[in-house]
Design a protein around this ligand. Sequence first.
Ligand code: ATP
Length: 275
Amino acid sequence: MSEMTGVVDGRTSEDDSTGGLRLAAHGVTHGFDGETVFSDVSLAVEPGEVLAVVGPSGSGKTTLLRLLACLESPAEGVVTANGRNVGEMSEEERLHVRRRLGMVLQHRCLFSATVASNAAYGLRVRATWNERIRAAIRGFLGTAETPLAAVDALETVGMVDKQDRHAASLSGGEAQRVAIARALAPEPDVLLFDEPTSNLDPRNTAIVEKAICDARDRGMGVCLATHDMQQAQRVSDRTAVLLGGEIIECGPTGQVFEEPSDRRTRKFVEGELVY
Ligand SMILES: Nc1ncnc2c1ncn2[C@@H]1O[C@H](COP(=O)(O)OP(=O)(O)OP(=O)(O)O)[C@@H](O)[C@H]1O
């Protein structure tokens, strides 16, 4: 619980003053059907950094991301957003936090709509009522245009030329890139990416990794769950190793990979650990 500073209810000194969003898990334990997946996990995604979460299949990377995304509540411990316990927020406040997040889940699902409409989804749900009414009128008149931010995001992932295609017609890799564009378009404060390049070839992996680094350089916090040790080394500032139901190591990526303090980390990152 070492990161649990100045928390939990009420506003704290960490609150919105920085303009960014700091998401943190404090002493979090979670599991399913009576089985614990991980215990006493504490980590934070700082604004302007990429935090990689690496660990074997089934170690709980997705579960941790879902807790940080406020999609589930931890069995024990708390998740905070700028120092406030999201479990003690009203529904409206939690929704406000969720709207500051962009998420790409491993089992991404696109809506049954065009690529452009999918990419613009996050902008639509964040729009004010006035903006929604104007958009509805433009839709009715047949003069609706794809918002520039959605076009930019599609351009970033190399999908702008397919913006009129129906999502159902896309390959797995194309759908993955549209899901990433959908997360990027609203310029959220924090991006939570679960294996975002699992279906991509090296060229498109490089494009997505560049988008992740660009987002970090613009001040977003990025939490990246990945199996790909090279990817963690290429893009992340810090790496957390989730193994055997706990975070066994969390620190600057160079240090975790080159001079880990836990011998299991060295075995894991070098692919020697049998699990
Ligand atoms: N909704 C659920 N109901 C029951 N068990 C679940 C559920 N979600 C995850 N689990 C279990 O929790 C454990 C952790 O799953 P999780 O998907 O978080 O791992 P992961 O590290 O992301 O795995 P992978 O790298 O294979 O994606 C697994 O044993 C999984 O079967």
